[in-house]
Design a protein around this ligand. Structure first.
Ligand code: BTN
Length: 254
């Protein structure tokens, strides 16, 4: 991949039109945050072949061998409140799902809040970070990692939990095609978001475990219940044993 290659044939207005392409970096999210501080334009794409300190949610690491995956961050300046930011995370998951399905035909589901799954195993994730001044949103960095052409099942701690597109498909997949489609879907969704579109219903239609009993690991403790879906702000709707439905905003389905 190259910045020229990414821009060539990319039919977006702004998403990915400014490209920062790095062979190795700590974390693309960190670079995108630094770009925000320098006033980089909306839709700036920071993409790397390799991350030495790739960040996952909850302080975890995101691992991918050099040149095998899609590791990138998008810089956005949305007109949203802090509470509405999960709309962007849902949008990014949906853009990834649509891109994966259109390129590979593989069925994509989500595990709340941000896991992208194929046949129950994690193929990607989204890490959204915000810049805030006096409780006002300055910028949002949406970081996306997708396992494309490598074999996570060979890594002991990932075996049985993670997968990749090549592992599922039995052949390599064009990272460039996948990226360009994802950027197109992301831009389309983002423009609709600005017109008031809410992605939670489509997100829920791809959510794993709907109607099933799950355990959600919270920052402190656990919550059990039947998954009903997600609400407009991305909270997981759980119906507890006592019949009450609660909206869980922090944590993850176990
Ligand atoms: C998760 O599932 O925990 C989220 C993983 C997000 C990983 C991507 S890779 C590109 C971007 N840069 C990072 O440091 N993290 C995100």
């Amino acid at each position: 991949m190259s910045p020229e290659g990414i821009r060539e044939g990319l039919d977006t207005r702004f998403m990915g039109q400014e490209v920062v392409y790095l062979s190795t970096v700590g974390s693309t999210n960190e670079v995108a945050r630094a770009m925000a501080a320098r006033g980089a334009p909306e839709g700036t794409l920071v993409i790397a072949e390799e991350q030495t300190a790739g960040k996952g949610r909850l302080g975890r690491r995101w691992i991918a061998p050099a040149g095998t995956s899609l590791l990138f961050s998008l810089l956005l300046y949305p007109d949203l409140t802090l509470e509405q930011v999960p709309r962007l995370t849902m949008l990014a998951s949906l853009a990834a799902a649509e891109a994966i399905e259109s390129v590979t035909g593989l069925p994509v589901r989500f595990k709340w809040p941000n896991d992208i799954l194929i046949r129950g195993r994690k193929v990607g994730g989204v890490l959204t970070e915000v810049g805030v001044t006096e409780e006002r949103l300055d910028y949002v960095v949406v970081g996306i990692g997708l396992n494309v052409n490598w074999t996570p099942s060979q890594v002991p701690e990932l075996a049985g939990k993670a997968t990749s597109l090549s592992e599922e498909l039995g052949r390599e997949v064009s990272r460039l095609e996948l990226l360009q489609r994802l950027l197109r879907y992301m831009e389309g969704g983002y423009l609709r978001l600005e017109e008031g579109y809410l992605p939670h219903k489509v997100f829920t239609s791809r959510l794993a475990n709907v109607g099933e009993k799950v355990e959600v690991v919270l920052p402190r403790g656990k919550e059990e219940g039947f998954v009903e879906g997600v609400n407009a702000e991305g909270a997981l709707l759980l119906r507890r044993e006592d019949g009450m439905t609660v909206g869980v905003t922090m944590g993850e389905v176990a």
